[in-house]
Design a binder for this molecule. Structure first.
Ligand SMILES: [Zn+2]
Length: 411
C-alpha cells in the first residue's frame, strides 16, 4: 500500500456581493489573528489559542492557526509574515457536495464565523474529478484546506489522501488491454482478446443502463410537475434521492468492472479520452448533453480512481471512430439497429456484431496500436494548463512541504 496525497483545486463560481464580503471578512479576521499570534511569538498550540480565541473566526480556522503558527515560529523560524496568507481550515471544516442536476455540479461548504458557513458552487480542475469522486464516496480522506483570492477570483485548495496498491511492474506489451466502453444503452461494456487474439469475455451492463435512464426520466418528469406547483424544496430532496440511487448503480458497476479486470492476467483498463468525448458529443438538447456528460464523466472518474486503488493500470485512447469501425478489418460500418454493428466490407468474415462489444474491442486495440497515452500526457489540454499554472500562495517552507504531492498516475 502506498499513500497518495494531492491538492485538489476548486474555483468558486461567481460568488455574489454578499458572499464576497463574507469571504473577505473571513480573510481579514484570519490575517489579523495570524499576525497577532505570530507577533506574540506563540510556540505552542496553547499559546496560539490564547491569542486567536477572541477573533470572529470559525473553530476550523482557529484550530488551523493553532497548528500553523507554532510551526512558523519554531520549525521554520520565519522572520516575518507574507501579507497574503491563504486562510486555512482543518479537515472537518469543509464539506463537498455533488449535485449532478445543477449546471455547476459541485458545491463546497466554507466556514465563516462560529456557527455560520457559506455553501458555494465550485468548479474543480477537470482532471481531478476522480479524486473528488473518491472524496465524495468516502474512499479518500480530506485534509487541510486553503482559501485564497487571485485577481478577483476565489479558490479553494483541498488536500486529499488515499491508499493505493502498488502497480505490478509488467511491460506494456505483456499487458492484456481491456476495452471499456461507456454508453447510454449498455452503461458499461468490457471486452478483451485472448492469447490467440480472439475477442473473449464480453460483459455488458445493459440492465443498469436501463435503470439509470429510467431514474433520470423519473427525475425530470417529477421536476417539471413539481416546479409548476412551486415545490422547489421537494424537487431537491426527491432529486437527491434519485441521484443517490444512480450513484449506487455506478458504484456497483465500477466495482464489477474491477472484478473483471482482476480476473484477467496483467490487465490494463483502456478508456476513451474524455477530452475528445466532450467535443464530439452530438446529443439533442443541452440538458441531455449535460446529463450524458455527467454520467460519462462520473463513471470514467470512478473507474479511474478504483483502478488506481487496486493497482490496476488505466490508459486512455483517442475514441475517434471506435464505435464506427469493424474490429476485425478496420472498415467503417454502420448500425442497422442500436445494438448491432454491421461491417460493410464484403471480404470481412464478420458481418454483424454486438455494437458495444465491437466498440470495446476497438478501444482495447488502440492500446496496442500505440494510440494510447498515459494520464500524464492526456492532461495537456487547455483547461488543465490553466489549472496547472494556478498555485496557492506560498510563503514559507511550511507551505512547500505541505503541498508536496507524490503525483497521481506517474508510472
Ligand atoms: Zn469487417
Amino acid at each position: 500500500m502506498t499513500e497518495l496525497t494531492k491538492t485538489l483545486e476548486l474555483k468558486l463560481v461567481e460568488p455574489n456581493a454578499h458572499k464576497r464580503r463574507k469571504l473577505r471578512e473571513t480573510r481579514e479576521a484570519y490575517q489579523h489573528a495570524l499576525q497577532d499570534a505570530f507577533d506574540a511569538e506563540c510556540t505552542s498550540q496553547t499559546e496560539a489559542n490564547d491569542v486567536v480565541v477572541t477573533y470572529d473566526l470559525s473553530g476550523y480556522a482557529k484550530n488551523a492557526l493553532k497548528k500553523y503558527v507554532p510551526q512558523l515560529t519554531t520549525t521554520y523560524n520565519a522572520a516575518e509574515l507574507h501579507d497574503d496568507h491563504p486562510v486555512r481550515f482543518t479537515n472537518e471544516g469543509l464539506r463537498i457536495d455533488h449535485k449532478p442536476e445543477n449546471a455547476i455540479e459541485w458545491c463546497v461548504k466554507i466556514p465563516h464565523h462560529e456557527d455560520y458557513h457559506l455553501w458555494m458552487p465550485a468548479q474543480p480542475n477537470p482532471d481531478q474529478r476522480d479524486w473528488l469522486e473518491a472524496l465524495n464516496a468516502g474512499d479518500a480522506e480530506m485534509g487541510e484546506s486553503q482559501l485564497f483570492e487571485r485577481d478577483g477570483t476565489w479558490y479553494l485548495h483541498v488536500t486529499a489522501t488515499r491508499d493505493v496498491e502498488e502497480r505490478s511492474k509488467v511491460s506494456s506489451e505483456e499487458r492484456t488491454p481491456i476495452g471499456v466502453d461507456i454508453g447510454e444503452i449498455s452503461l458499461v461494456t468490457v471486452c478483451h482478446r485472448d492469447d490467440h487474439g480472439s475477442p473473449t469475455g464480453p460483459e455488458l451492463w445493459a440492465d443498469e443502463g436501463k435503470t439509470v435512464r429510467q431514474l433520470r426520466k423519473t427525475y425530470f418528469t417529477a421536476k417539471r410537475r413539481l416546479q409548476t406547483r412551486g415545490s422547489e424544496r421537494i424537487v431537491e430532496s426527491f432529486g437527491d434521492d434519485l441521484w443517490n440511487q444512480i450513484d449506487d448503480v455506478f458504484h456497483r458497476v465500477t466495482r464489477e468492472v474491477m472484478e473483471y479486470a482482476e480476473s484477467v492476467k496483467s490487465p490494463v483498463l483502456v478508456l476513451e479520452d474524455l477530452t475528445y468525448i466532450r467535443e464530439s458529443m452530438d446529443y439533442g438538447d443541452f440538458m441531455n448533453r449535460r446529463l450524458h456528460g455527467w454520467g460519462f464523466a462520473k463513471l470514467h472518474a470512478q473507474i479511474r480512481y478504483k483502478a488506481v486503488e487496486k493497482g490496476i493500470t488505466v490508459e486512455t485512447v483517442n475514441p475517434r471512430n471506435t464505435s464506427k469501425e469493424c474490429h476485425a478489418c478496420g472498415e467503417v460500418g454502420y448500425r442497422p439497429r442500436q445494438a448491432t454493428f454491421k461491417c460493410t466490407n464484403d471480404a470481412c468474415w464478420m458481418g454483424e456484431y454486438q455494437a458495444d462489444v465491437n466498440g470495446a474491442i476497438n478501444i482495447a486495440d488502440r492500446y496496442l496500436s500505440g494510440e494510447s497515452h498515459s494520464r500524464e500526457h492526456t492532461d495537456c489540454n487547455d483547461s488543465a494548463e490553466d489549472w496547472g499554472r494556478l498555485t496557492a500562495p506560498q510563503d514559507t517552507q511550511a507551505d512547500a512541504t505541505q503541498q508536496e504531492t507524490l503525483g497521481t498516475y506517474a508510472s
